[in-house]
Design a binder for this molecule. Structure first.
Ligand SMILES: *Cc1c(COP(=O)(O)O)cnc(C)c1O
Length: 430
């Protein structure tokens, strides 16, 4: 059973590499849950060889079964999942982490040191924002936040010290879309005048889109990160994260993970590998179909101020989305996330209506669940303005780029008409 490129990518998500040195796939239809913190060594020499291989992971071919030593260094379940995730994103290698945040701190950890700078898009997942704003300055790593929806803004933000350009697309929570190709083009242009060790590397958080809808590495990005907790895990049962990129960075990522310790539990790797990834394509297809219908419904509703959904032709970023958010066969795949706001005469009123809608939904809606996170079989809805950011006055929220009225929805696998009915009823009470 060799790897075979004649099969489509959805099929690969189910079968993985079909042949792996990490486990005997010939006799297991489903890989067993491997659960062992330590591994028996036949001799001290084998132990020594294992450690020396670990120090040179990126340089050695992986045709031989690995010598496993200790779970934090590597174990079969994580490594099968890593092979499949790398293939899904068209990357050379993948290293899993305990959570999306440990993956993000892992990749930024190997790419920066004291004195360096990061350029990021201004809108970021809250904890990533906090990592860059509250923690990295302690290590003398500065982040310059700019609006990358205009890629030309890079020119002003980049300095001699810049080592990383970091962004999410679509961005959390407002679904702003950044033109990956145009950012990569500019970074490459800047890199032409820099020596090898000062090259700026690009990192994209692809959590919202998933590899089913968008593969940034195919556009020339150096690293992709994911929260596996979300769309890839898909069922809301396990936390995880991954960094995908070039093989030459594998040893650094593995060393970072070994020493900082944010290792994915094999008991979490297993469901992501057995349930999450194989069902990703079919889940995303259904969720996109639902999201499209719901976005259209909301955009025609008289109480709705605006709807940000990459699949709506009226959306400001529709053309860029159509270019880069495509499935394995080139079809437009605008994802399962929607961001919208209710009309209000003032920002405070818009926020108040959002709060009221959330509370009505929490008490009355069967197919809408008031909860953070995303990429679940259930449709999840939340209102950052009155939840995570409730302490910040509406006017201040606007300055930080957060619409006080903005509501974020992660569309699930329900019958789309049921979700629309619940939304319609909730909106009629606001
Ligand atoms: C949730 C999320 C993260 C963090 O992932 P965890 O698994 O919760 O640590 C990072 N980026 C985005 C866009 C997310 O939605």
């Amino acid at each position: 059973m060799a790897n075979n490129d004649k099969y489509s990518r959805e099929t690969h998500l189910i079968y993985g590499k079909a042949f792996t040195t990490k486990w005997d796939y010939n006799h297991h239809v489903v890989p067993p849950i491997s659960s062992s913190t330590t591994f028996r060594l036949d001799s001290v020499e084998r132990g020594a060889l294992g450690f020396s291989e670990f120090e040179h992971i990126g340089e050695l071919p992986d045709t031989e079964p690995p010598i496993y030593i200790y779970d934090r260094l590597g174990e079969p379940n994580k490594e099968i999942l890593e092979e499949n995730l790398a293939a899904a994103e068209s990357g050379e290698t993948a290293v899993t982490f305990a959570t999306g945040m440990s993956a993000i701190s892992g990749v930024l950890g190997i790419l920066t040191q004291s004195g360096d700078e990061i350029v990021s898009h201004k809108t970021l997942y809250g904890c990533t924002f906090s990592l860059l704003t509250n923690w990295y300055p302690r290590y003398n790593i500065k982040t310059v936040k700019v609006d990358l929806t205009n890629p030309d803004n890079l020119y002003d933000a980049v300095t001699e010290k810049t080592k990383v350009v970091y962004f999410e697309t679509p961005a959390n929570p407002n679904l702003e879309i950044i033109d990956i190709e145009e950012v990569v083009k500019r970074v490459r242009e800047i890199n032409k005048n820099r020596d090898e060790k000062n090259q700026i590397l690009t990192v994209v958080d692809n959590t919202f889109a998933t590899p089913y809808c968008q593969r940034p590495i195919e556009w020339g990005v150096d690293f992709v990160v994911h929260s596996l907790t979300k769309n890839i895990g898909g069922f809301g049962t396990d936390m995880g994260g991954v960094v995908i990129g070039k093989r030459k960075y594998r040893d650094m990522l593995m060393l970072y993970r070994k020493d900082f310790g944010g290792v994915l539990s094999s008991k979490s790797a297993w469901p992501i590998m057995v349930y999450g990834l194989p069902s990703l394509a079919i889940r995303m297809q259904r969720e996109i179909e639902n999201a499209m219908k719901i976005a259209e419904f909301l955009s025609q509703h008289p109480k709705v101020q605006f709807v940000n959904y990459p699949g709506l032709p009226s959306y400001r970023f529709y053309e860029v989305a159509k270019k880069q958010m495509i499935d394995f066969h080139g079809k437009f795949a605008p994802g399962n996330m929607i961001y919208f706001a209710l009309k209000g005469n003032t920002h405070e009123e818009g926020r108040e209506k959002g709060r009221a809608l959330m509370n009505y939904i929490a008490q009355n809606a069967y197919t809408l669940t008031l909860a953070v996170s995303l990429g679940h079989v259930r449709t999840l809805i939340e209102h950052p303005g009155s939840m995570t950011h409730s302490m910040i006055p509406a006017e201040e929220q606007i300055k930080e780029g957060i619409d006080p009225a903005g509501i974020r929805m992660s569309i699930g696998l329900e019958n789309g008409d049921d979700i629309i009915r619940d939304l319609e009823e909730a909106l009629s009470h606001i």
